[in-house]
Write a protein that binds this ligand. Structure first.
Ligand code: NDP
Ligand code: GUE
Ligand code: MG
Length: 295
């Protein structure tokens, strides 16, 4: 039997970064220098890595960036005061507060405190509400947007398909369901969302033309969850200790890639699938914020 084709997120993200770079050059000719600020709290090695990756890509496409690192015990007030300052600074177009945050900080309050026009993550309730309504002058969360864009660039039809999403978080599962439900060409799907209270998860998954796993459970999706010729997207990131790797760990997705590639029609590698797309959409959103910032 033929093997699944790869939805190569690293490759498509590279294309998007080149488009973003051109948009940055157009803005620079108008005297606008796109600038993003990343805020990080505490010592959390994966977050430090992700912020470094975002910064490196920003630099490659010509977007200015700055990182503010707070100690683990920073107060809510200190973070909010800084957000207020950045909200008012016209030279800053995008603000991202890297998650997760220590438990004494309120993610909800912090998302609310970011100027919605600078909320490149699309986590502010105003942006989430606008997305639900299908409006365009706002920011959509980067991982859902990246998944939609990846499928679009491989000309994978979403319209009329059975899409099953594993996971209902506010940053991946829920906004992805809203996006694929939209009345538009790259959506119009029939969407099912399953979570830890769901029954018959396997049976739901087997119905999927497009199966998207965003649980953070290593290799949860095995062969018996997947309909032959389905499209399978693996969002999950689990770090598994691995002494043979230079970092001492390796990344394992929610999907048993080696098994599923034998039955799916398309599959994302992981790493190299959804992750790079998330970063590409983040920088695309930063350029959008800079464009919309003009009077
Ligand atoms: N590549 C990328 O760009 C990104 C990757 N990620 C990764 O994706 C994964 C998901 O992230 P995020 O959405 O923030 O995670 P959360 O932990 O916030 O959400 C996980 C979701 O999966 C559900 N779930 C967990 N275990 C099960 C189970 N055994 N059966 C059914 N449902 C289950 C949970 O259900 P319930 O709601 O009932 O608890 C929850 O809805 C993580 O591994 C994360 O690292 C996240 C963002 C971006
Ligand atoms: N405010 C905020 N916005 C986010 O968008 C956000 C966040 N907080 N917190 C954490 C999650 C996770 N996330 C990833 C982005 C890129 C990769 C990525 O590029 N991963 C590489 C592998 C990198 C590695 O080696 O670990 C890949 O998939 O190929 C992964 C995960 C964004 N998140
Ligand atoms: Mg989470």
């Amino acid at each position: 039997m033929e093997e699944a084709q790869l939805l190569d997120g690293r490759y498509v993200a590279g294309q998007i970064h080149r488009e973003t770079m051109e948009a940055v050059q157009r803005l620079r000719r108008k005297g606008i220098l796109p600038c993003v600020v990343f805020i990080r709290v505490g010592n959390h090695p994966p977050s430090e890595l992700y912020v470094r990756m975002k910064q490196k890509k920003a630099q490659e496409v010509g977007i200015q960036s700055e990182v503010i690192s707070f100690p683990e015990d920073v107060s809510q007030k200190e973070v909010l005061d800084n957000l207020n300052r950045l909200n008012l600074d016209p030279s800053i177009h995008g603000i991202l507060v890297q998650l997760p945050l220590p438990s004494h900080l309120s993610e909800k309050q912090i998302a609310l405190a970011i100027n919605p026009k600078k909320d490149i993550d699309g986590f502010h309730p105003l942006n989430l509400g606008k997305m639900l309504l299908g409006e365009k002058d706002c920011f959509y969360p980067c991982t859902p947007l990246g998944i939609q864009e990846l499928l679009k660039r491989y000309k994978i039809e979403i319209e009329g398909k059975e899409v099953v999403i594993l996971g209902r978080s506010n940053i991946v599962g829920k906004p992805l369901a809203a996006l694929f439900l939209q009345k538009s060409k790259y959506a119009n799907a029939t969407v099912t969302v399953v979570h830890s209270f769901s029954q018959n998860i396997k049976e739901h998954c087997r119905q999927a033309d497009i199966l998207i796993a965003a649980m953070g459970k290593a290799r949860f999706v095995t062969r018996d969850f997947v309909k032959p010729k389905a499209v399978v997207v693996d969002v999950g990131v689990s770090r598994i200790a691995d002494s043979s790797s230079p970092q001492g760990y390796r990344i394992v997705g929610d999907v048993d890639f080696d098994e599923i590639k034998k039955i799916a029609s398309w599959i994302t590698p992981n790493p190299g699938g959804v992750g790079p797309m998330t970063i590409a959409m983040l920088l695309a959103n930063t350029v959008k914020a800079a464009e919309l910032s003009q009077p």
